[in-house]
Write a protein that binds this ligand. Sequence first.
Ligand SMILES: [Zn+2]
Length: 217
Amino acid sequence: MTKKGKVLGILVAGAALLAIWLLFTGNGKRTQFLFGGVMVNLGYRLQDHLASYDFKHEHEITPDEVWKEMQEQNALAASVRKAFPRTARHPLVAMIVCMDARLDTNELTGDTRRYYYTIRTAGSVLAEKEEEMLELAVANGVELIVLSTHSDCAAEKAAASPDMRQRFPALANAVDEREQRIKEFMARPAIASKIAEGKLAVKLIHIDTMTEKMLPR
Ligand SMILES: [Zn+2]
């Protein structure tokens, strides 16, 4: 065998070993997961500073132009998804998160695949229909429910201001009832029994909005 042939053989064997390590070992899968996260963040670095499609109020843009841009972006994204379909999901996690745009549930979960259910509501408040939806998610295999609040919440600020309470009474009342709704949810028979059996955990957290760090509450 020529010297060139030997080098090629060693490279091919090395690549095969690397592929086996990545695909079939725990550490290899973990490395793939982390590398995927790195690439997603690289994408954010490439896109975040672009001004043409950012929904900020720093340049003149009409609602119709925003809608047109959104449709074009969707058409592109959908064509990519068609070419590269995603794996079916069976989430183990469901979360209630405020609708605040600064909160990124991918970062909260550390999972850019979105293998989790999210209900986003004003002020992270559960209403009866959300309680039912979470109970349905538990029936479908969810084992962890995360109920969150977050810092600098516009809904909480509205509830704390007498003027704003007059303008947005339903929102203010919902924020007032948040803790009561959580108690109500935990007491639902299907939820309480799963918790008692050790088959479901419900965690209350407070999110630091600027860093997305989850803190116990
Ligand atoms: Zn909020």
